[in-house]
Ligand binder design. Structure first.
Ligand SMILES: [Zn+2]
Length: 515
């Protein structure tokens, strides 16, 4: 039974106090609502505003051009046509569309196509003109503009040239972004999420633009999102300049600064101590190690929780040292500093993390999504990557998350991969690191609430806890349960039914009975 957004009573039906309204859960299993502790909601919402060029029905250049010509025909406005997910490997022609080909289907509106890697842009003539890129342009350092056989611009731009273009195009209309965020969050609720941490504001189109969109969403009284936490992609001084201070809040929390220590496995840019098996390289830091340590210590002194992207073992080791330095400078704060990913575990890292009460926030769906990368980059050592069981065994808090849109957006896919270690695609990666179903589910329930410092009032089905819970179509603890296929039948958030396929139509505020 719930009352005013809080669980009021749990027990046998026969002993239940009188309720104004009873919902028959029809025997479904009920568990606390899930938290996605690292997700890029803004990036997902941003992609939803764009034309998707990946999918089984995009098989040749004509399919690509058709998708672009559709909006060009429908609305003759001057707005940018933006397409994402382009991959010529999936096309019969195995090449990019040329500027002339795009011009033929969209002569008047600027078009930008983003290759799936995010390092290449393809533009039409209207876009080149708007951006002031003409035939006289020269290649920037570590970037290039593509040219055809006659030396004329073909519309493509790579690396730093593409980056500059992505920054130069106008941001998507804030009102459209708010609508898209609402849709993204509604989808999350349907998947059983009742809380999420945006990781991070500033990641997609810059801090101030993104912050303005989130503020607009917050002012929208007609919409109540999941319980949100925000990481700010800002250095402590930049946060202070904007008047930001760490703020705990059950609905709209901002207590975390996000930093990037190194790169990724896919591009072999993660800072590792042992060379990658296939490239023989050891990656690099995204910012100077001393500088990274400095901002982590400063953030700690200012009362922030920090969350640092660390993929390689050199990156994690450096950040753990920074945590230790911060703790020496000001102890007893229990900031629950976070390491995001913890892909390549550093020697002795877990014992140091435990002593610091620091958290590992990880993305089990990467075990499936990045399978080829992991096997290629680490060869025989692949089984040691993305530890999970050993994190639990060391007494370090393991937090499950999606990192969508890079990882699989569904928490159930993540949990399934935490249990099967990607076995659906071949042999499991690091079978000894497999979690039990209970641990996997717990990492999205207690783990996520703990990362947000909210475990005291949500994440359990007990009187006094928040009425955030879900009903699912199967027993998530059953030995033969396929977790990935779990359907959420009902999501209750703050005591309000927000998603319901059990008893269609019940969406008003309610007093639920919990079996
Ligand atoms: Zn991320």
């Amino acid at each position: 039974m719930t009352r005013k957004g809080v669980i009021h009573w749990v027990g046998d039906e026969a002993d239940a106090p009188k309720a104004d309204r009873i919902i028959d859960m029809q025997g479904a299993t009920i568990v606390p609502g899930l938290t996605d502790a690292h997700v890029h909601l803004f990036a997902i919402a941003n992609e939803r505003q764009q034309i998707s060029l990946n999918g089984p029905d995009v098989r040749c250049l004509a399919d690509v051009l058709n998708r672009i010509s559709d909006p060009a025909r429908r609305s003759p406005s001057s707005q940018w046509i933006r397409a994402v997910g382009f991959d010529e490997n999936n096309l019969a022609e195995h090449r990019y569309p040329t500027r002339d080909e795009i011009d033929a289907v969209a002569p008047d509106r600027p078009v930008i196509i983003r290759r799936f890697c995010g390092h290449t842009a393809i533009l039409n003539s209207a876009a080149l003109k708007l951006l002031g890129i003409d035939e006289g342009v020269s290649d920037p350092p570590s970037g290039s503009f593509g040219r055809d056989g006659r030396g004329r611009l073909d519309g493509s731009a790579r690396e730093s040239a593409a980056e500059a273009i992505f920054r130069a195009i106008p941001p998507i209309d804030p009102a459209a972004m708010v609508a898209s965020l609402r849709g993204t969050i509604e989808d999350s609720i349907r998947m059983g999420l009742t809380a999420a941490v945006e990781a991070a504001v500033g990641f997609t189109s810059g801090f101030d633009d993104e912050s303005a969109v989130w503020d607009l969403l917050r002012q929208d009284a007609s919409f109540s999102p999941v319980r949100l936490g925000f990481m700010y992609q800002l250095d402590p001084k930049e946060a202070a300049t904007r008047g930001l201070v760490p703020r705990r809040d059950p609905d709209w929390q901002g207590m975390t600064l996000k930093f990037f220590a190194d790169g990724i496995v896919g591009a072999r840019t993660a800072a590792v101590s042992k060379p990658f098996a296939d490239t023989g390289t050891t990656g690099f830091f995204m910012r100077d190690e001393d500088d990274l340590e400095r901002v982590i210590v400063e953030a700690h002194l200012d009362g922030w929780q920090t969350a640092t992207h660390c993929v390689g073992d050199r990156a994690s080791a450096c950040v753990i040292s920074a945590f230790e330095k911060a703790e020496r400078a000001l102890s007893g704060q229990k900031p629950r500093h976070r390491i995001e990913h913890y892909f390549v575990p550093p020697e002795g890292g877990l014992a140091r993390m435990k002593a610091l009460e620091a958290l590992i926030v990880t993305q089990p769906s990467f075990l499936a999504r990045m399978r080829r990368s992991i096997l290629g980059a680490f060869g025989p050592n692949a089984d040691k990557m993305y530890p999970a069981r050993s994190v639990f065994d060391a007494g370090v808090t393991y937090v499950g998350s999606s990192d969508a849109p890079t990882g699989h957006v569904s928490p159930w896919a993540g949990m399934a991969n935490a249990v099967d270690r990607g076995a659906s695609l071949g042999s499991p990666i690091g079978p000894d690191e497999a979690l039990t179903r209970r641990q996997a589910l717990g990492s999205y329930i207690h783990g996520g609430a703990f990362a947000m410092k909210q475990e005291g009032w949500r994440g359990a089905l007990a009187p006094g806890m928040a009425a955030d819970f879900i009903a699912v179509d199967r027993d998530p603890f059953g030995a033969s349960t396929d977790l990935a296929k779990t359907e959420v039948l009902m999501t209750v958030l703050r005591g309000v039914v927000r998603h319901d396929t059990l008893s269609a139509g019940q969406t008003a505020a309610m007093e639920a009975e919990v079996h």
